[in-house]
Design a protein around this ligand. Sequence first.
Ligand SMILES: Nc1ncnc2c1ncn2[C@@H]1O[C@H](COP(=O)(O)OP(=O)(O)OP(=O)(O)O)[C@@H](O)[C@H]1O
Ligand code: SF4
Ligand SMILES: [Mg+2]
Length: 357
Amino acid sequence: MNEMRSPDLSLVEAQSETPEAYVKVKDLEVRFVSREATVKAVNGVSFELKKGEVLCVIGESGSGKSVMMRSLLQLHAKKRTRMTGEMRVGEHDIMKVTEKRMSELRGSTISMIFQEPMTALDPLYTIGDQIAETVMRHERVDRDAGWKRALELLELVRVPSPERRLKAYPHELSGGLRQRAMIAVALSCRPSLLLADEPTTALDASVQIQVLVLLRKLQREMGMSMIFVTHDLGVAAQIADKVAVMYAGRIIEYGNARDVLMHPEHPYTRAMLSSTIKDQDRSAPLDTIAGTPPDLRALPDGCSFAPRCKYAGPECLAAMPPEVTDGRNHMARCVRVSAVRGLLAFEPGLAAANVPA
Ligand SMILES: Nc1ncnc2c1ncn2[C@@H]1O[C@H](COP(=O)(O)OP(=O)(O)OP(=O)(O)O)[C@@H](O)[C@H]1O
Ligand code: SF4
Ligand SMILES: [Mg+2]
């Protein structure tokens, strides 16, 4: 598992309420089918995101975070992928749009920032060409207007000497500048949904913070919704309005950042938060969650976390634990969690009451 960094909870911000969901994902399932096996990568993911909100998705390596994000852009190879459920972004029904329409939406309405900019930037074209080309294609403007916008975007993402950098090739830029250039490409057509899949993990810590602060500022200024995947709980605490915790292709805890990070109720979220490096002697080995994530080719019935959970009992294996949600939309999927006086509460002895008949 990648190292999780602890959240500075003083930085969790008050929630801003806006009227209705802009992104709606319901019961999303993604299967990768081959002759040898079927990988159940996403197993019934549902969430909603309002305009201007930031959802942080956290969870161990292999829990389905990237597959879920790439689904929103229909980036999986059609031949080997089975997707069911609903995905809506604004008025667009992502499950039903044609490939032609989807390619128009990619980079305009929905845009993605990848972990490693070299995989997203074309090494054969200058930064200016790449941004201008995206603008020309989506906004049907001429080359001069495309280049003018490219310059504005490099200024927006605070690339120093932007005129010179427009004519540079990706390999001529430092890691931090390449990441900024990729953000400029992603923002070039003013997306309303920005997907950021661990966009700063390849950078030094000090550059990471600069890029994150910039990203959050641009997200606010442009009123974009953003889904942000991170292994860093400190980052989640700083930028998220909502947090979703994924395990074995499912969201096992979800809610306002403050609720999930300060009052985690699912045993996996609790274990993950307590295995962070906060308040620990940095020379001491980190607590880790014992065991390994399940094999997505052969998921057992019931709670996927059971083999690693110290509270597991037979009732946890009988069926998939139902979602339990409190009055604040804080959800956990565990038979030992219930809503008590309007708030979620974990009780080790609760199982029987929560097991569906
Ligand atoms: N094209 C594919 N074909 C088959 N299996 C795949 C494919 N893409 C992803 N997987 C599998 O789906 C599971 C989820 O992968 P995913 O990349 O979403 O994990 P993740 O949560 O993003 O992990 P990380 O934190 O390491 O990026 C993994 O077991 C992965 O091996
Ligand atoms: S359902 Fe059971 S095994 Fe799963 S997290 Fe809850 S207590 Fe642990
Ligand atoms: Mg990933």
